[in-house]
Unconditional design. Structure first.
Length: 396
Protein backbone atom coordinates (compact mmCIF):
# COMPACT_ATOMS: atom_id res chain seq x y z
CA UNK A 1 0.00 0.00 0.00
CA UNK A 2 1.76 3.15 -1.18
CA UNK A 3 1.24 6.47 0.60
CA UNK A 4 3.46 9.29 1.85
CA UNK A 5 4.50 9.00 5.49
CA UNK A 6 5.21 11.75 8.01
CA UNK A 7 8.37 9.88 9.09
CA UNK A 8 9.81 10.14 5.54
CA UNK A 9 9.17 13.90 5.42
CA UNK A 10 10.86 14.34 8.81
CA UNK A 11 13.89 12.22 7.87
CA UNK A 12 14.42 14.41 4.79
CA UNK A 13 14.01 17.62 6.86
CA UNK A 14 10.89 18.82 5.02
CA UNK A 15 9.00 20.15 8.10
CA UNK A 16 11.30 22.98 9.25
CA UNK A 17 9.28 26.24 9.30
CA UNK A 18 6.28 24.57 7.64
CA UNK A 19 2.62 24.74 8.77
CA UNK A 20 1.47 21.20 9.57
CA UNK A 21 -2.21 20.28 10.04
CA UNK A 22 -2.74 16.97 11.88
CA UNK A 23 -6.15 15.26 11.88
CA UNK A 24 -6.00 13.09 15.01
CA UNK A 25 -8.63 10.94 16.70
CA UNK A 26 -9.05 12.49 20.16
CA UNK A 27 -12.67 11.37 20.57
CA UNK A 28 -12.33 10.19 24.19
CA UNK A 29 -15.02 9.17 26.71
CA UNK A 30 -15.89 11.68 29.45
CA UNK A 31 -17.99 11.57 32.62
CA UNK A 32 -20.89 13.96 33.33
CA UNK A 33 -18.50 16.53 34.79
CA UNK A 34 -16.44 16.54 31.57
CA UNK A 35 -13.48 14.60 33.00
CA UNK A 36 -11.74 12.25 30.55
CA UNK A 37 -12.29 8.67 31.76
CA UNK A 38 -9.95 6.90 29.29
CA UNK A 39 -7.15 8.65 27.37
CA UNK A 40 -5.67 5.91 25.13
CA UNK A 41 -6.49 7.83 21.94
CA UNK A 42 -4.83 11.01 23.19
CA UNK A 43 -1.69 9.11 24.22
CA UNK A 44 -1.64 7.30 20.86
CA UNK A 45 -1.70 10.64 19.01
CA UNK A 46 1.32 12.10 20.85
CA UNK A 47 4.14 10.69 18.60
CA UNK A 48 2.89 12.46 15.44
CA UNK A 49 2.43 15.77 17.29
CA UNK A 50 5.76 15.62 19.11
CA UNK A 51 7.70 14.51 16.00
CA UNK A 52 6.27 17.37 13.89
CA UNK A 53 6.93 19.95 16.63
CA UNK A 54 10.52 18.77 17.18
CA UNK A 55 11.10 18.90 13.41
CA UNK A 56 10.47 22.67 13.56
CA UNK A 57 6.91 22.78 12.24
CA UNK A 58 4.09 25.08 13.31
CA UNK A 59 1.64 22.37 14.39
CA UNK A 60 -2.16 22.51 14.30
CA UNK A 61 -4.09 19.50 15.60
CA UNK A 62 -7.81 18.87 15.34
CA UNK A 63 -10.30 16.08 16.02
CA UNK A 64 -14.01 15.47 16.34
CA UNK A 65 -15.56 14.83 19.75
CA UNK A 66 -18.99 13.24 19.94
CA UNK A 67 -21.72 14.23 17.50
CA UNK A 68 -22.22 18.00 17.77
CA UNK A 69 -24.65 19.97 15.61
CA UNK A 70 -22.64 21.81 12.93
CA UNK A 71 -22.49 25.55 13.56
CA UNK A 72 -23.89 25.31 17.11
CA UNK A 73 -21.29 25.40 19.87
CA UNK A 74 -22.16 23.78 23.21
CA UNK A 75 -19.65 23.59 26.11
CA UNK A 76 -19.93 19.75 26.23
CA UNK A 77 -18.71 19.58 22.60
CA UNK A 78 -15.49 21.44 23.40
CA UNK A 79 -12.02 19.90 23.16
CA UNK A 80 -10.98 21.92 26.25
CA UNK A 81 -10.44 18.79 28.43
CA UNK A 82 -8.38 17.29 25.59
CA UNK A 83 -6.22 20.45 25.36
CA UNK A 84 -5.53 20.16 29.10
CA UNK A 85 -4.55 16.48 28.80
CA UNK A 86 -2.40 17.13 25.69
CA UNK A 87 -0.57 19.90 27.60
CA UNK A 88 0.14 17.47 30.47
CA UNK A 89 1.44 14.75 28.15
CA UNK A 90 3.57 17.08 25.99
CA UNK A 91 4.94 19.06 28.92
CA UNK A 92 4.00 22.50 27.55
CA UNK A 93 0.79 24.49 27.06
CA UNK A 94 -1.36 23.56 24.08
CA UNK A 95 -3.70 26.47 23.39
CA UNK A 96 -7.26 25.72 22.25
CA UNK A 97 -8.30 27.81 19.22
CA UNK A 98 -11.98 28.40 18.34
CA UNK A 99 -13.38 29.66 15.00
CA UNK A 100 -10.18 28.68 13.24
CA UNK A 101 -11.27 28.04 9.65
CA UNK A 102 -10.31 31.51 8.34
CA UNK A 103 -6.87 31.63 9.94
CA UNK A 104 -4.68 30.29 12.76
CA UNK A 105 -1.84 32.09 14.54
CA UNK A 106 0.86 29.47 15.25
CA UNK A 107 4.65 29.76 15.09
CA UNK A 108 7.26 27.08 14.27
CA UNK A 109 7.89 24.92 17.37
CA UNK A 110 4.40 25.65 18.73
CA UNK A 111 1.39 23.30 18.98
CA UNK A 112 -2.23 24.49 19.03
CA UNK A 113 -5.43 22.44 19.23
CA UNK A 114 -8.21 23.51 16.90
CA UNK A 115 -11.72 23.23 18.36
CA UNK A 116 -13.97 20.25 17.49
CA UNK A 117 -13.85 20.01 13.67
CA UNK A 118 -17.44 18.73 13.49
CA UNK A 119 -18.66 22.17 14.61
CA UNK A 120 -17.69 23.52 11.18
CA UNK A 121 -20.53 23.68 8.65
CA UNK A 122 -19.82 21.24 5.82
CA UNK A 123 -17.50 18.89 7.77
CA UNK A 124 -19.77 15.81 7.64
CA UNK A 125 -20.79 16.44 4.01
CA UNK A 126 -17.11 16.74 2.98
CA UNK A 127 -17.73 20.21 1.55
CA UNK A 128 -15.08 21.29 -0.98
CA UNK A 129 -15.51 24.93 0.10
CA UNK A 130 -14.64 24.07 3.73
CA UNK A 131 -11.84 21.68 2.68
CA UNK A 132 -10.22 24.39 0.51
CA UNK A 133 -10.27 26.88 3.42
CA UNK A 134 -8.62 24.31 5.71
CA UNK A 135 -6.04 23.48 3.02
CA UNK A 136 -5.01 27.17 2.94
CA UNK A 137 -4.04 26.94 6.63
CA UNK A 138 -1.21 24.49 6.01
CA UNK A 139 1.67 23.31 3.84
CA UNK A 140 1.44 19.67 4.95
CA UNK A 141 -1.64 17.65 5.92
CA UNK A 142 -1.19 14.61 8.17
CA UNK A 143 -3.97 12.07 8.72
CA UNK A 144 -3.29 10.13 11.91
CA UNK A 145 -6.91 9.17 12.66
CA UNK A 146 -7.52 5.56 11.63
CA UNK A 147 -10.74 5.51 13.69
CA UNK A 148 -12.39 7.87 11.17
CA UNK A 149 -10.65 6.58 8.02
CA UNK A 150 -13.90 4.98 6.83
CA UNK A 151 -15.64 8.38 6.72
CA UNK A 152 -15.22 10.90 3.90
CA UNK A 153 -15.36 14.24 5.75
CA UNK A 154 -13.69 17.60 5.15
CA UNK A 155 -10.85 16.96 7.65
CA UNK A 156 -10.37 13.26 6.79
CA UNK A 157 -10.71 13.36 3.00
CA UNK A 158 -11.56 16.73 1.39
CA UNK A 159 -8.56 18.68 2.68
CA UNK A 160 -6.17 16.01 1.38
CA UNK A 161 -7.28 16.83 -2.18
CA UNK A 162 -6.19 20.48 -1.96
CA UNK A 163 -3.06 20.68 0.22
CA UNK A 164 0.46 20.81 -1.30
CA UNK A 165 1.49 17.60 0.58
CA UNK A 166 -0.72 14.92 2.17
CA UNK A 167 0.66 12.05 4.25
CA UNK A 168 -0.14 9.41 6.88
CA UNK A 169 0.90 9.87 10.49
CA UNK A 170 2.65 7.08 12.43
CA UNK A 171 -0.56 5.71 13.98
CA UNK A 172 -2.43 5.47 10.68
CA UNK A 173 0.63 4.02 8.91
CA UNK A 174 1.16 1.35 11.62
CA UNK A 175 -2.51 0.40 11.47
CA UNK A 176 -2.46 -0.03 7.67
CA UNK A 177 0.83 -1.95 7.81
CA UNK A 178 -0.57 -4.35 10.45
CA UNK A 179 -3.89 -4.90 8.63
CA UNK A 180 -2.10 -5.36 5.32
CA UNK A 181 0.26 -7.91 6.87
CA UNK A 182 -2.67 -9.84 8.39
CA UNK A 183 -4.89 -9.91 5.30
CA UNK A 184 -2.75 -9.37 2.21
CA UNK A 185 0.40 -11.40 2.96
CA UNK A 186 -0.54 -13.55 5.97
CA UNK A 187 1.63 -16.29 7.38
CA UNK A 188 -0.50 -19.46 7.24
CA UNK A 189 -2.62 -20.89 8.72
CA UNK A 190 -4.74 -17.73 8.86
CA UNK A 191 -7.40 -17.97 11.57
CA UNK A 192 -10.14 -15.36 12.06
CA UNK A 193 -12.44 -15.03 15.06
CA UNK A 194 -15.63 -13.15 14.22
CA UNK A 195 -18.07 -12.98 17.08
CA UNK A 196 -21.01 -10.81 18.02
CA UNK A 197 -24.72 -10.91 18.54
CA UNK A 198 -25.80 -10.76 14.89
CA UNK A 199 -24.76 -12.44 11.65
CA UNK A 200 -26.53 -9.66 9.68
CA UNK A 201 -24.15 -6.92 10.89
CA UNK A 202 -21.10 -9.03 10.03
CA UNK A 203 -22.34 -11.04 7.05
CA UNK A 204 -20.14 -9.20 4.51
CA UNK A 205 -17.08 -9.67 6.76
CA UNK A 206 -17.83 -13.38 7.16
CA UNK A 207 -18.18 -13.79 3.38
CA UNK A 208 -14.97 -11.84 2.65
CA UNK A 209 -12.96 -13.77 5.25
CA UNK A 210 -14.47 -17.10 4.13
CA UNK A 211 -12.54 -16.67 0.86
CA UNK A 212 -9.22 -15.99 2.62
CA UNK A 213 -8.93 -17.79 5.96
CA UNK A 214 -8.08 -21.39 6.84
CA UNK A 215 -10.32 -21.45 9.91
CA UNK A 216 -13.22 -19.10 10.62
CA UNK A 217 -14.11 -19.23 14.31
CA UNK A 218 -17.59 -17.84 15.00
CA UNK A 219 -18.87 -16.88 18.45
CA UNK A 220 -21.80 -15.30 20.27
CA UNK A 221 -25.16 -15.06 18.48
CA UNK A 222 -23.33 -15.62 15.18
CA UNK A 223 -22.25 -19.11 16.35
CA UNK A 224 -25.86 -19.92 17.30
CA UNK A 225 -27.00 -19.20 13.72
CA UNK A 226 -24.21 -21.48 12.41
CA UNK A 227 -25.29 -24.19 14.91
CA UNK A 228 -28.82 -23.99 13.44
CA UNK A 229 -27.27 -24.31 9.97
CA UNK A 230 -25.49 -27.47 11.16
CA UNK A 231 -28.82 -28.93 12.32
CA UNK A 232 -28.38 -28.36 16.06
CA UNK A 233 -31.05 -27.05 18.45
CA UNK A 234 -30.26 -23.84 20.32
CA UNK A 235 -33.30 -23.42 22.61
CA UNK A 236 -34.16 -19.76 23.25
CA UNK A 237 -30.70 -18.51 22.27
CA UNK A 238 -30.16 -15.35 20.24
CA UNK A 239 -29.94 -16.23 16.53
CA UNK A 240 -31.12 -15.19 13.06
CA UNK A 241 -32.97 -18.16 11.52
CA UNK A 242 -33.53 -16.23 8.26
CA UNK A 243 -29.76 -16.27 7.67
CA UNK A 244 -29.32 -20.06 8.00
CA UNK A 245 -28.89 -20.36 4.21
CA UNK A 246 -26.12 -17.74 4.26
CA UNK A 247 -24.38 -19.62 7.08
CA UNK A 248 -24.68 -22.91 5.14
CA UNK A 249 -23.26 -21.23 2.02
CA UNK A 250 -20.22 -20.00 4.01
CA UNK A 251 -19.65 -23.48 5.51
CA UNK A 252 -19.88 -25.08 2.02
CA UNK A 253 -17.68 -22.45 0.37
CA UNK A 254 -14.92 -23.01 2.92
CA UNK A 255 -15.24 -26.81 2.87
CA UNK A 256 -14.66 -26.75 -0.92
CA UNK A 257 -11.22 -25.23 -0.39
CA UNK A 258 -10.34 -27.44 2.58
CA UNK A 259 -11.01 -24.70 5.14
CA UNK A 260 -13.50 -24.89 8.02
CA UNK A 261 -15.97 -23.16 10.30
CA UNK A 262 -15.62 -25.09 13.58
CA UNK A 263 -19.10 -25.68 15.06
CA UNK A 264 -19.17 -25.84 18.91
CA UNK A 265 -19.21 -29.39 20.33
CA UNK A 266 -20.24 -28.13 23.76
CA UNK A 267 -21.74 -24.91 25.11
CA UNK A 268 -22.43 -23.09 28.37
CA UNK A 269 -26.13 -22.42 28.94
CA UNK A 270 -28.24 -20.39 31.35
CA UNK A 271 -31.98 -19.99 31.84
CA UNK A 272 -31.85 -16.16 31.97
CA UNK A 273 -29.58 -13.31 30.89
CA UNK A 274 -28.31 -12.03 34.21
CA UNK A 275 -25.06 -11.74 36.19
CA UNK A 276 -26.43 -14.30 38.67
CA UNK A 277 -27.64 -16.87 36.10
CA UNK A 278 -26.46 -20.41 36.81
CA UNK A 279 -24.05 -21.67 34.13
CA UNK A 280 -24.47 -25.27 32.90
CA UNK A 281 -22.09 -26.98 30.48
CA UNK A 282 -23.89 -29.17 27.91
CA UNK A 283 -22.98 -31.13 24.80
CA UNK A 284 -24.08 -29.18 21.71
CA UNK A 285 -26.82 -31.73 20.91
CA UNK A 286 -28.28 -31.60 24.46
CA UNK A 287 -29.47 -27.97 24.51
CA UNK A 288 -33.00 -27.84 26.00
CA UNK A 289 -35.89 -25.77 24.63
CA UNK A 290 -35.67 -23.28 27.52
CA UNK A 291 -31.87 -22.95 27.44
CA UNK A 292 -29.95 -19.88 26.29
CA UNK A 293 -26.37 -20.36 25.04
CA UNK A 294 -24.02 -17.75 26.56
CA UNK A 295 -20.55 -19.21 25.86
CA UNK A 296 -18.63 -21.99 24.15
CA UNK A 297 -17.92 -25.03 26.34
CA UNK A 298 -14.51 -26.22 27.63
CA UNK A 299 -14.06 -28.94 24.93
CA UNK A 300 -14.77 -26.42 22.16
CA UNK A 301 -12.48 -23.84 23.80
CA UNK A 302 -9.65 -26.41 23.97
CA UNK A 303 -10.08 -27.39 20.29
CA UNK A 304 -10.12 -23.73 19.18
CA UNK A 305 -7.16 -22.85 21.43
CA UNK A 306 -5.19 -25.58 19.66
CA UNK A 307 -5.99 -24.06 16.24
CA UNK A 308 -4.93 -20.62 17.50
CA UNK A 309 -1.72 -22.07 18.95
CA UNK A 310 -0.59 -23.32 15.55
CA UNK A 311 -1.81 -20.27 13.58
CA UNK A 312 0.60 -18.13 11.56
CA UNK A 313 -1.80 -15.16 11.62
CA UNK A 314 -4.83 -14.42 13.82
CA UNK A 315 -7.49 -11.75 13.20
CA UNK A 316 -9.74 -11.26 16.25
CA UNK A 317 -13.02 -9.34 16.25
CA UNK A 318 -15.41 -10.01 19.12
CA UNK A 319 -15.63 -12.09 22.32
CA UNK A 320 -17.12 -15.60 21.93
CA UNK A 321 -19.44 -15.37 24.97
CA UNK A 322 -21.04 -13.00 27.46
CA UNK A 323 -17.63 -12.42 29.04
CA UNK A 324 -18.90 -9.52 31.19
CA UNK A 325 -20.45 -12.22 33.42
CA UNK A 326 -17.54 -14.32 34.73
CA UNK A 327 -19.46 -17.61 34.59
CA UNK A 328 -19.90 -17.07 30.82
CA UNK A 329 -16.41 -15.68 30.17
CA UNK A 330 -14.28 -18.85 30.26
CA UNK A 331 -14.47 -19.38 26.48
CA UNK A 332 -13.33 -15.85 25.65
CA UNK A 333 -10.61 -16.08 28.31
CA UNK A 334 -9.33 -19.41 26.92
CA UNK A 335 -9.10 -17.97 23.39
CA UNK A 336 -7.52 -14.73 24.67
CA UNK A 337 -4.84 -16.74 26.50
CA UNK A 338 -4.27 -18.91 23.39
CA UNK A 339 -3.82 -15.78 21.25
CA UNK A 340 -1.41 -14.35 23.84
CA UNK A 341 0.63 -17.58 23.81
CA UNK A 342 0.56 -18.07 20.03
CA UNK A 343 3.75 -17.45 18.06
CA UNK A 344 1.66 -16.20 15.13
CA UNK A 345 1.05 -12.51 14.32
CA UNK A 346 -2.23 -11.37 15.88
CA UNK A 347 -4.33 -8.28 15.20
CA UNK A 348 -7.40 -7.42 17.28
CA UNK A 349 -10.03 -4.72 16.94
CA UNK A 350 -13.51 -3.62 17.97
CA UNK A 351 -14.73 -2.19 21.29
CA UNK A 352 -15.77 -5.45 22.98
CA UNK A 353 -12.54 -7.13 21.87
CA UNK A 354 -10.51 -4.33 23.48
CA UNK A 355 -12.55 -4.73 26.68
CA UNK A 356 -11.76 -8.47 26.73
CA UNK A 357 -8.05 -7.79 26.11
CA UNK A 358 -8.08 -5.37 29.06
CA UNK A 359 -10.03 -7.79 31.32
CA UNK A 360 -7.58 -10.65 30.73
CA UNK A 361 -4.57 -8.31 30.72
CA UNK A 362 -2.97 -9.55 27.48
CA UNK A 363 -2.46 -6.23 25.63
CA UNK A 364 1.33 -6.65 25.52
CA UNK A 365 0.97 -10.13 23.99
CA UNK A 366 -1.25 -9.18 21.03
CA UNK A 367 0.72 -8.32 17.87
CA UNK A 368 -1.33 -5.23 17.05
CA UNK A 369 -4.40 -3.71 18.68
CA UNK A 370 -6.47 -1.65 16.24
CA UNK A 371 -7.74 1.73 17.45
CA UNK A 372 -10.62 1.88 14.97
CA UNK A 373 -13.92 0.05 15.39
CA UNK A 374 -15.86 0.82 12.20
CA UNK A 375 -12.72 1.36 10.13
CA UNK A 376 -11.27 -1.99 11.29
CA UNK A 377 -14.48 -3.80 10.32
CA UNK A 378 -14.72 -2.08 6.93
CA UNK A 379 -11.10 -2.99 6.17
CA UNK A 380 -11.89 -6.63 7.04
CA UNK A 381 -14.87 -6.42 4.68
CA UNK A 382 -12.47 -5.54 1.89
CA UNK A 383 -13.87 -2.02 1.52
CA UNK A 384 -11.66 0.87 0.45
CA UNK A 385 -11.39 3.45 3.24
CA UNK A 386 -11.91 6.97 1.77
CA UNK A 387 -9.25 8.62 3.94
CA UNK A 388 -6.70 6.01 2.88
CA UNK A 389 -7.71 6.07 -0.80
CA UNK A 390 -7.09 9.83 -1.08
CA UNK A 391 -3.60 9.44 0.51
CA UNK A 392 -2.80 6.72 -2.03
CA UNK A 393 -3.97 8.95 -4.90
CA UNK A 394 -1.84 11.84 -3.63
CA UNK A 395 1.21 9.56 -3.37
CA UNK A 396 0.99 8.91 -7.12
Amino acid sequence: MKFNRLSDLISTNQLQGKRVFIRADLNVPQDDAGNITEDTRIRASIPAIRDAQKAGAAVMVTSHLGRPVEGEFKPEDSLAPVAKRLSELLGFEVKLVSNWVDGVDVAPGQVVLLENCRLNKGEKKNSDELAQKIAKLCDIYVNDAFGTAHRAEATTHGVAKFVPVACAGPLLAAELDALGKALNQPARPLVAIVAGSKVSTKLTILKTLAEKVDNLIVGGGIANTFMLAAGLKIGKSLAEPDLIDDAKAIIDMMAKRGASVPIPVDVVCGKEFSPTAVATVKNAQDVADDDMIFDIGPKTAALLAEQLGSAGTIVWNGPVGVFEFDQFGKGTEALARAIAASRGFSIAGGGDTLAAIAKYNIADKVGYISTGGGAFLEFLEGKTLPAVEILQQRAQ
